[in-house]
Design a protein around this ligand. Structure first.
Ligand code: GN1
Ligand code: MG
Length: 366
């Protein structure tokens, strides 16, 4: 069903003016719908959820309902002492009171409120921007830190379980298609070598979890810089969006992911690998912003694994892109041939840059 027809299924007043593609997600299809009445205009975000990635999309909405209810209540209580207005999307229900809509083709759609007067950037803009990104993630994690994991669903089983991605790569490598890709591409062989050299390291966070050193908490799952919105007027962080991947996990995956995205000023889609490096100034800033709030729930053990988190997330994402390249680009949307291979190379280059700065990074972490 097309997005305009679907938009009209949600409980929004007025006349549908437009539905346009929105954002730059790699998985779901996102649109922004605008409705108008004689006296007002209402915009909301409409998304078609990729069933091959999210096997049970209802679970996304159950988690989102729990998390947004908790956060909205706390944010309202916080108003007095807060240094800014925090925002967080609200679920917009269908006309018959459901949190999602399933169309005639069986496609799963949901609508959430639009965040007012805020912008997002694909790449970090400044040290202040990095600080704000850290502040927003830390604040969000703190808000959800008392939600019991038992209350949350696993929307993507194995999400951010790095050794599972190794298994996916190993499976893909068994196919003749993947072997042929390797045979014909020096870059693909370089990727594989960089990953193989770190095979043992891939289980560092999972081992710490199994040993009881790190515990599961409610996590965002995808706090990349583009998912953190900045208030157009004040320049302060105001919101974290893309709440699809909320599920029990390690806060390390969140902070590692935010760092890998924020401290690479060349961005995920850099075409010149020489432009990719780990920016220490950005790291110091995002870390400082993050700890403002995260210190309220961070333990000593959490602290010990921070460097590993910073190192493993670009490795993990590089591995995910590379495994998808080998498997024929079935998970991430791609815009050109070998896009996933190029993306993998960027992440692995970033990882090497992190490794070469290990001592500096550890000094900042303290
Ligand atoms: C995907 O679709 P998007 O852009 O929100 C991916 C993240 C990656 C990200 C890299 C569910 O997120 O894990 O970090 O691409 N989301 C999922 O850009 O796999
Ligand atoms: Mg996402």
């Amino acid at each position: 069903m097309n997005a305009s027809l679907v938009a009209k299924q949600f409980a929004v007043e007025g006349f549908l003016v437009s539905v346009d593609p929105f954002g730059s997600g790699n998985i779901n299809d996102t649109f922004r719908a605008t409705f108008r009445t004689t006296f007002s205009e209402m915009r909301f975000i409409l998304q078609r959820i990729r069933r091959s990635v999210f096997p049970e999309p209802q679970k996304i909405m159950r988690n989102m309902r729990i998390v947004t209810d908790v956060c909205h209540r706390k944010l309202q209580e916080m108003d007095e002492e807060a240094d800014r207005i925090w925002q967080l999307p609200k679920i917009i229900q269908t006309k018959d009171g459901q949190d999602f809509y399933i169309d005639a083709d069986g496609e799963f759609w949901r609508a959430i409120s639009n965040i007012a007067s805020a912008v997002s950037y694909e790449q970090v803009q400044s040290v202040d921007h990095a600080f704000e990104a850290g502040t927003v993630l830390g604040c969000f994690q703190n808000l959800i830190s008392d939600i019991p994991c038992e209350n949350l669903e696993y929307v993507i089983p194995g999400f951010h379980v790095t050794p599972d991605y190794l298994k996916q790569m190993d499976e893909a490598l068994k196919t003749s298609e993947a072997q042929s890709l390797l045979e014909h591409s020096r870059e693909a062989r370089a990727c594989l070598r960089l990953i193989e050299e770190r095979r043992d390291f891939c289980s560092v966070l999972e081992d710490a979890k199994a040993a009881g050193k790190l515990t599961l908490r409610a996590t965002h799952g995808d706090p990349k810089i583009a998912n953190i919105l900045i208030d157009e007027t004040t320049g302060k962080g105001t919101c974290i969006v893309d709440l699809d991947t909320i599920q029990p996990g390690l806060v390390h995956a969140d902070i590692g992911d935010a760092v890998r995205s924020c401290c690479n000023p060349a961005g995920e889609d850099a075409t010149d690998l020489h432009s990719v490096f780990f920016d220490m100034e950005m790291f110091a800033a995002i870390y400082k912003g993050y700890m403002r709030h995260a210190k309220k729930f961070f333990t000593e053990e959490d602290h010990k694994y921070l460097y590993d988190a910073v190192r493993i997330l670009p490795l993990e994402l590089g591995l995910r892109f590379f495994a998808d390249y080998l498997a024929g680009n079935v998970y991430f949307k791609t815009r050109y041939k070998d896009h996933n291979l190029k993306r993998a190379l960027v992440q692995l280059r970033l990882m090497e840059s992190i490794e070469s700065r290990e001592q500096q990074i550890r000094r900042v972490i303290g």
